[in-house]
Ligand binder design. Structure first.
Ligand SMILES: N[C@H](CCC[C@H](N)C(=O)O)C(=O)O
Length: 257
């Protein structure tokens, strides 16, 4: 069977993108998803995204991590908006459905500004934090994230009893300036550090911004630069959350499976 695909990356978080408006892709075939994401035997990616038609929306994005598990993917959603614009499904605004519900996005001067779901609360986990931004995120502030053992420590937290059985993504943050943080992320379902994690940097920005009273945070990730804007409500909720950054098409191709 031949599958046509496009490869996109959002600040280094990379995805196999499939225009599946014909609904031909078997979304139950997780073995195929993992095979396509395999960096040696397949195309290679952190995840795979199907673009499907959906009544009442410009499109639906169905996201899979490389291991076939599903969750909300912020960078993947930004790439889905860019891909849908390339396909002519949207122009500069998109209203689409993801696993965590509806999202709105705007394409503005080469960036995608993605509306994230509201966040109800930030929790403490020992000296660290936990927040769900559409995907679960453990967040630890460290002195020198550049030299921090992200994969070892990330995996041990991800597989800890506290997060069994579903696990969590794990983010490590250092401050670069008052409104600028440096984030590295161990991603559940990729089971490795990724070059950036959209829902992860959003989690880190909300926690950091809430502590500092700043609602527009710049983020440095290994794969590029992002920004998060939000409105903190008196009751501890966060709304009007925007994840802003680039999303690029890298190549297109067909694969025989
Ligand atoms: N690995 C995450 C989903 C993808 C998140 C990340 N790629 C993003 O950009 O938000 C999880 O299983 O919760």
């Amino acid at each position: 069977m031949e599958i046509s695909f496009y490869k996109y990356q959002g600040t280094g978080n990379d995805f196999v993108m499939i225009d599946d408006r014909s609904a031909h892709f078997d979304e139950k075939n997780l073995k195929l998803v993992s095979q396509l994401c395999d960096r040696k035997f397949g195309i290679g990616a952190d995840g795979l995204i199907l673009i499907r038609n959906k009544e009442g929306y410009d499109f639906e994005m169905i996201y899979y991590n490389a291991d076939g598990s599903q969750s909300m993917c912020g960078n993947g959603a930004r790439c889905a908006v860019a891909f849908s614009s390339f396909l002519g499904i949207v122009t500069e605004e998109a209203h689409f459905l993801a696993i965590d519900g509806p999202h709105d996005a705007r394409i503005e001067d080469g960036n995608i500004a993605l509306g994230m779901g509201d966040v109800t609360a930030i929790e403490r986990v020992d000296d660290d934090f936990y927040v769900n931004t559409g995907s679960p995120h453990h967040v630890r502030f460290v002195k020198d994230v550049e030299n921090y053992p992200v994969v070892d420590t990330g995996a041990s937290i991800r597989y800890s009893d506290h997060y069994t059985p579903k696990g969590t993504n794990v983010n490590f943050v250092s401050t670069l300036a008052e409104d600028h943080i440096y984030v590295r992320t161990y991603e559940r379902g990729v089971e490795d550090e990724t070059l950036s994690c959209g829902t992860g940097v959003t989690a880190c920005a909300l926690i950091y911004g809430d502590q500092k009273g700043i609602d527009h945070i710049k983020i440095k990730a290994l794969g590029g630069n992002l920004a998060v804007k939000f409105k903190a409500l008196p009751d501890g909720r966060f709304t009007n959350i925007l994840l802003i950054g680039p999303a690029q098409q890298v190549f297109k191709g067909t694969i025989t499976v």
